[in-house]
Design a binder for this molecule. Sequence first.
Ligand SMILES: Cc1cc2nc3c(=O)[nH]c(=O)nc-3n(C[C@H](O)[C@H](O)[C@H](O)COP(=O)(O)OP(=O)(O)OC[C@H]3O[C@@H](n4cnc5c(N)ncnc54)[C@H](O)[C@@H]3O)c2cc1C
Length: 395
Amino acid sequence: MDVLISGAGVAGPCLAWWLLENGHRVTIVERAASPRTGGYIVDFWGQGYDIAERMGILPRLLDAGYRLDELRLVDADGQRQSGVRGKAFLSVTDGRFISLPRGELSLALVDVVKDRARMQFADSIAAIRQDAQGVDVTFEHAPSRRFDLVVGCEGLHSRTRDLAFGPREAFERYLGYQFAAWIMPDYPHRDEDAYLAYGEPGRTAARFTLRDGTSLALFLWRDAEGEPIPHEEAGQRALLRRRFAGMAWEAAEMLAALDGARDLYLDRIAQIRMDRWHKGRVALLGDAAFGPSFLAGQGAALAMIGAYVLAGELRRAETVEAALSAYHARLAGFMKAKQDAALPIGRAFVPETPFGIRFRAAVGRLMNVGWIAKAAFGRTLTDRIDLPDYPTGAG
Ligand SMILES: Cc1cc2nc3c(=O)[nH]c(=O)nc-3n(C[C@H](O)[C@H](O)[C@H](O)COP(=O)(O)OP(=O)(O)OC[C@H]3O[C@@H](n4cnc5c(N)ncnc54)[C@H](O)[C@@H]3O)c2cc1C
């Protein structure tokens, strides 16, 4: 088949790899001019980790990754209040847990497909028209082409979803929080391999020290209404300065570092909930279809699980329609459970009262006790799904 994948983040290149293994021809269209680097740190474990291993990219990910030593909660003076040791996560996942910049994961995936797929950077789908045999795609720049299947992997704000399924308001579930992440090139305070977080009611500031001399800032805040996010970076910086004005710890320094910041990312925390992920020969994958939100901490791995299953079902089923239905049937319940499990996590990340902040610190202490960590994280960190061992190869 001739397959068009829109989006070269995590889901897109992962799907491309499995489709190429099965002998399909793949085109990837990506809005950005080149693979997007940098960005925030994602945690990576479970079946997504296993899939990366089967693709042969695990050594590269382990090289690029960090072994989180501690998630440390600090007080207004930066003194340790409590924390969760990285080994708590490792013990629940049998050592198969890694934190790495999302850009590194994406780049590793793009690198293993870029010479075999047709890469169309700095372009986007402009229009889609499908019939029973195929999909005619108009691009913003490249000439129009016809494909057997189009898969939208453009993340939360998917263009393919808008075009084929309708406006996102029908599918987006806002969770009442917003967040921002940015890279601070010369931030003076460094604590290797630790996430440091400080909270005040309704807002949390955190930072993570990166290897190349830079640091990652991560700000999260409660916003029940969901104030609109300005498009321009200047407006986004102003919003952050207003929301975090007067905050103690290093918040003022981190806000000052916004001026020289790289890769500022500011968004609503939302999930995508859909009854189906396909319509005719157009399908959705990753955040575009079942975005679990930042709070799930597993979106990248889930996107890879989806890619593996979608490619496997396309290999196995007689028709595209049957494959897309099987892809949805196999994963819908699993993804919904992951989304449901993420819902209460906002309150842990951003307590809304002084009591809530003290309670979080107390819970942080308990999480270092092995069996308590297992009981608390086990459910979230374990992927309760058996994935078929799909055959690969053209067939
Ligand atoms: C701050 C933050 C922290 C996170 N932490 C974690 C974590 O700890 N663990 C974890 O697993 N996940 C985490 N996630 C989620 C994770 O990054 C996503 O779930 C994952 O990247 C989803 O992959 P995706 O390919 O569906 O979308 P994305 O990675 O968002 O990729 C979408 C791609 O599509 C491109 N694109 C967008 N629009 C168009 C268009 N119109 N045309 C063509 N291309 C387009 C984009 O440029 C991008 O390259 C986090 C997310 C955020 C924002």
